[in-house]
Design a protein around this ligand. Structure first.
Ligand code: DC
Length: 227
């Protein structure tokens, strides 16, 4: 595909802090439009999962894992099987939450992933979820989800209990604030809304309502462009 054709493929980017509902909203929007869906947080989580399993602590070792993961088309396409094992829940545990920021701030790791995912801009369109997606995929359809950390902590405690992980509200809130602080203050691709992104507060509305806001804005922009 030429670069010009490539740019004609619509991309919707959805960014925001942990627990803001990005995952479900992206899935909802992509299913509605029949677009591909790319959850880039999964890729960072898988790298962190392997790093911990193999007890890799040095930067070079982590970069090697990122190369391994980004060369695995199955992983990049979000089917999270590693050596035949489904790692779905294992990448969403508190230990991964605690360690993933450290992996995500390594520029070489980000470059590896970036090189691989640009090819996923494919017809009929793509919903790309994660930090800096609006830089990776230039687009007019940019959304940034925000939620009150206290609401996020309450949601997380309930999610954890369903997975039989029992952490107190205070512990969970502290982890969320720490991770958001790390993500906001890192040098490469910090967590902040891209200029021109529509910011949506998801604290007190359902995921379906958030998806509806995005779909409405997307349709409005498309219709305006047609006039
Ligand atoms: O969205 P999430 O909670 O699954 O993301 C996990 C971590 O990876 C989080 O610390 C942010 C980071 N991340 C990133 O730096 N860049 C992305 N494109 C996606 C996620």
């Amino acid at each position: 595909m030429t670069e010009l054709q490539d740019l004609a493929v619509p991309v919707i980017t959805i960014d925001g802090g942990g627990g803001t509902g990005k995952g479900s909203v992206s899935k909802n929007v992509s299913e509605f439009l029949g677009f591909h869906c790319l959850d880039t947080g999964v890729i960072f989580r898988v790298i962190t999962f392997i790093k911990i399993c193999r007890n890799v602590t040095d930067k070079r070792g982590i970069i090697k894992i990122a190369q391994e993961v980004s060369n695995n088309p199955v992983l990049v396409r979000n089917t999270i099987h590693l050596d035949e094992t489904l790692v779905g829940n294992a990448i969403r545990t508190p230990i991964i939450d605690k360690n993933v920021s450290e992996v995500a701030k390594i520029p070489e790791v980000r470059n590896e992933i970036r090189k691989r995912i640009v090819d996923l801009r494919q017809y009929p369109g793509l919903v790309a979820e994660g930090r800096d997606m609006s830089h990776v995929f230039p687009t007019d359809f940019m959304y940034f989800l925000y939620a009150d950390p206290r609401v996020v902590a309450t949601r997380r405690v309930i999610q954890n209990q369903r997975r039989e992980i029992f952490l107190s509200y205070d512990e969970v809130l502290k982890d969320i604030l720490d991770r958001d602080h790390e993500d906001k203050n890192r040098k490469v691709s910090p967590l902040k809304p891209h200029e021109g992104a529509l910011i949506i507060d998801t604290s007190y509305i359902s995921k379906e309502a958030v998806a509806e806001i995005i779909l409405d804005d997307y349709r409005n922009q498309i219709n305006k462009a047609r006039v």
